[in-house]
Design a protein around this ligand. Structure first.
Ligand code: ARG
Ligand code: ZN
Length: 889
């Protein structure tokens, strides 16, 4: 059989399929040594012409193929290659195609298609996994009505699930049984799912806004079922929220969620049968942190929201992935904001963008929100498509207002329910519903790179005008040397010297005078400027005193803001801005400046000096009891090493680490008393509750404890140990452990082993233990990580384990980027080993190399050597090949 080599696929080559599939009947016979899949497809030629029909199929053994009940011949009627089956001359404009294939789910370590996980069968088909089950037109614009019959051993696999409704179920001889599921909605095959195994369910019910009862089930192995209460709460909250906020009701009488321990990604929105990585379902106070609880809420919401944004309206092709993912991330972010603190959620989302997406947009894998090409689609489930995509959706809302955005959403559903569409269709719905001028906004989908928005301001006391000069520049990215200016919504406020927002009534945008009014006819306190040109000037008239501008409020666009704002003004905003996000951002901006200047002192061998004003600014925040405690915790947290390195011409991990560590210790010793108070005042022996107030209290306490432990002195360590010993929930236990583990020594070793002893039977908890050690900045940590690869709690076949240990290690600036190349060497070895088992996971790991050009020549050479070694290894997957070669290009 001919082997096909990696092939790049381009958006510009998109063509409608020649054939549609109307109905699909699947029959699975699940056995221990193999699985038989029989498919019967009603095929319809789109235009009546009879061109060859090309089906995708990878690692499937063809047992039989029939057309209209007649056998067909290889060579004459069809041909096979390693990735396709081509029917040379379909007989008529409509025909029935029957194919039987044999697959080996028990040997499937790639975890796509049908595979086994701890004894149970499950599927993962997005993006192109269905072709590992049977031959099919594996593309999202082919939508069919699926009926699925599953047959299996009854005692080994008592539970048999697929999409839609259960329509038949019975026992068979030899302790076997079967179930038939019918999905009334047409869907692309990437939304197909099957689960068979020993599972129990938590059951509940949701009554929809029109009064329909929906049965809800969350399935897990018996020992985990007690940990699903929070997931069920989250699901019901999500169902209600989508009705209230977007008017979207659930459309079937049944909704299933299954949690599996081996899963490449977070979760999957298969129609009515969501399959989840168990890390995003299972939560109990003792084993899950506040962050885990929040992640469960967000991802349960995310997958549920896909039912409308993804399933009812799906993507025409995979280049449009952000159509469903950017939009659904935006929806889950809004959901979480409404369920907790909006400002804190916004801060967390912006941080993620800055730490992960900005560097991607500045590196060799930079791609637009709607990519132009790919080799492996799995490589494009990225922070750019997801998180930057969500920012693009958020910008529509910022430009059109909440009501206008909702109108756009309603029109989108009205026009496209049941269709497979594009980002252009979404744009058109937003524009048409609002009669809006969104001129060069669409470029956000096609231009990669983070725009740099430079703003300078001036106040003219005599003329009472405040002037704002904006310049936008989008850096070159692979394949895109030059860019056009785009519409950037710049939200801003003008804060008076007394700390109050000025009400602005008009602005001149260089072309005309625009009047501004809120719904009561007054001036507005947050203005959204439309920055559309490369250079543009805005003038506010009638400004009585020099205001402090609060720029890019709520992070109104995913840009790098460069402004001439002084430290004094930043401290003023930190204390007074009415926009909580901007207050936090003021502290971050100062923190970034401070650490960057410390970095250059480290590099020049100068003495390190702390900025006292900054420390005092943090002190006032820490002591201001009127502030939300989680906000305080966030404001106290310095920019990460990754953010600082991203801002440097040549990233210097050692200097960044030294500088940031210095700043942390300076803050800790200057605010020692206040931090101690923050820990003692925020203890509680009440039972764990997942609500904002309690999470905020724990967050502030844990951040404070982390600062104090950095001092590595008796009293602080004693406090951390006491916190560790008395903790009754994982949020406080792991934070205390992390605080202690900052400093090497016996206490660190002892506490780590105590923790392991306590939790060795809980795989999700031992992942935290692995990650905490892997991320450590203790010198020479690569040795420990190598040793942990052989620890009983590690399993290279489980993606969560790999992400915790190997991914955790790559997040440590000093150890991964160690000058002796040990970190790079370690990763190179692992990638090759992983690639033989699971290309998707290997490819995610190899991405850690993609920033190699940001480092000094010595490190560049070492990283390049690994990338080259990987790229030229025989038989590497298309996944790893794409990342490695693009990184080297
Ligand atoms: N659609 C899923 C989600 O957003 C992600 C599936 C990712 N699959 C993959 N092979 N990359 O929740
Ligand atoms: Zn999604």
């Amino acid at each position: 059989m001919a082997k096909e080599s990696p092939k790049e696929i381009f958006l510009k080559d998109y063509k409608l399929p020649d054939y549609y599939f109307d109905t699909v009947n699947l029959d699975f016979i699940l056995k221990e040594e193999h699985t038989l899949v029989h498919s019967k497809i009603h095929v319809i030629s789109r235009q009546g012409t009879l061109s060859p029909l090309r089906l995708d199929g990878v690692d499937v053994k063809l047992l039989s193929i029939r057309i209209n009940s007649k056998d067909v011949k290889e060579g004459e009627d069809y041909s096979l290659s390693s990735k396709h089956l081509i029917l040379h001359h379909p007989p008529a404009a409509q025909f029935v195609l029957e194919i039987t294939t044999e697959i080996e789910p028990q040997n499937n370590t790639a975890l796509e298609g049908l595979y086994k996980t701890t004894g149970n069968f499950c599927t993962q088909c997005e993006a192109e996994g269905f072709r590992r089950i049977t031959f099919y037109q594996d593309r999202p614009d082919v939508m069919a009505k699926f009926t699925t019959r599953i047959e299996a051993d009854k005692s080994l696999y008592p539970v048999l699930l697929s999409n839609g409704n259960l329509i038949e179920q019975a026992d068979l001889p030899d302790d076997r049984h079967y179930a038939v599921w019918e999905d009334p909605f047409k869907k692309p095959c990437y939304l197909f799912a099957l689960v068979a195994g020993q599972l129990v369910s938590r059951d509940d019910e949701f009554v929809t806004c029109s009064g329909r009862k929906v049965a809800l089930h969350i399935w897990t192995p018996a020992q985990d079922i007690s940990k699903t209460a929070h997931a069920m709460y989250s699901l019901k909250a999500a169902m209600k929220w989508d009705e209230e906020v977007f008017g979207r009701e659930y459309d079937l009488d049944l909704f299933n969620i299954v949690a599996v321990p081996d899963f490449n990604m977070g979760a999957m929105e298969n129609k009515s049968l969501n399959i989840f990585n168990s890390r995003l379902v299972l939560a109990s106070p003792e084993t899950a942190t506040d962050a885990d609880y929040a992640a469960v809420l967000g991802v349960i919401g995310h997958e549920y929201f896909h039912n409308w944004t993804g399933n009812r309206v799906t993507c025409r092709d995979w280049f449009q992935l952000s159509l469903k993912e950017g939009l659904t991330v935006f929806r889950d972010q809004e959901f979480s904001s409404d369920m907790g603190s909006r400002a804190v959620k916004r801060i967390a989302d912006v941080l993620r963008l800055r730490i992960s997406q900005f560097p991607q947009d500045a590196g060799p894998m930079a791609h637009p929100v709607r990519p132009h090409s790919y080799i492996k689609m799995d490589n494009f489930y990225t922070v750019t498509v997801y998180e930057k995509g969500a920012e693009v959706v958020r910008m529509y809302q910022t430009l059109l207002g909440k009501k206008g955005f909702r109108k756009g959403m309603d029109l989108y559903f009205e026009r496209h329910d049941g269709q497979a569409v594009t980002c252009d269709d979404f744009y058109a719905a937003m524009r048409d519903a609002n009669n809006a001028n969104l001129a060069n906004f669409k470029l956000w989908y096609s231009q990669a790179g983070t725009p740099v928005l430079t703003v300078s301001t001036s106040y003219d006391a005599a003329a009472r005008t405040f002037r704002l000069k904006c310049r936008q520049e989008i850096p070159p990215t692979p394949g895109q040397p030059t860019k056009e200016p785009m519409l950037i919504p710049l939200a801003l406020g003008l804060v008076s010297p007394k700390g109050k927002d000025l009400a602005v009534t008009s602005v001149h945008d260089g072309e005309s005078l625009k009047f501004l009014k809120d719904e009561h006819g007054n001036g507005v306190t947050t203005v959204v400027l439309r920055v559309e040109k490369a250079e543009q000037e805005f003038v506010f008239a009638d400004i009585p005193e020099r205001p402090v501008p609060s720029l890019l409020r709520n992070f109104s666009a995913p840009v790098r803001l460069v402004s001439d704002i002084s430290d004094e003004d930043l401290l003023f905003l930190l204390a007074h801005d009415s926009d909580e996000f901007s207050r936090w951002e003021a502290a971050q901006t100062m923190g970034r400046k401070l650490i960057l200047s410390l970095v250059s002192s480290v590099q020049q061998g100068k003495e390190l000096v702390m900025n006292k004003h900054f420390v005092n600014g943090l002190r006032s925040i820490l002591c201001d009891s009127s502030l939300d405690k989680e906000f305080v915790a966030k404001a106290l947290t310095l920019p990460t090493e990754a953010e600082i390195m991203d801002l440097m011409e040549v990233a210097d991990p050692d200097a960044v680490h030294t500088a940031r560590r210095f700043a942390v210790k300076e803050i800790a010793s200057s605010l020692r008393k206040e931090l101690f108070d923050a820990v003692t005042n925020n203890c509680s022996n009440e039972a764990y509750v997942f609500n904002h107030e309690n999470m905020a209290r724990r967050a502030l306490k844990n951040v404070s404890l982390g600062y104090l432990a950095s001092l590595n002195e008796l009293e602080a360590t004693g406090l951390a140990l006491n916190e560790y010993n008395t903790a009754t929930n994982m949020t406080e236990q792991i934070a205390a452990l992390a605080a202690i583990a900052q400093n090497s020594g016996d206490l660190r070793t002892e506490t780590l082993s105590k923790f392991y002893e306590q939790w060795q039977k809980d795989s999700l908890v031992t992942n935290k233990w692995l990650a905490l050690q892997a991320m450590s900045d203790i010198p020479g940590n690569v040795k420990n990580v190598e040793a942990l690869m052989d620890h009983p709690s590690f399993d290279i076949k489980n993606p969560n384990k790999v992400y915790s240990l190997v991914g955790g290690f790559c997040a440590s600036a000093v150890n991964f980027h160690a000058k002796d190349g040990s970190g790079y060497n370690f990763l190179g070895d692992i990638v090759l080993k992983l690639d033989e088992l699971n290309p998707q996971v290997a490819s995610r790991m190899v991405s850690a190399f993609s920033k190699w050009r940001k480092f000094d020549p010595h490190r560049q050479a070492l990283a390049k050597e690994q990338l080259e070694r990987i790229a030229k290894t025989d038989g590497i997957s298309d996944n790893v090949y794409e990342i490695a070669t693009k990184s080297l290009a």
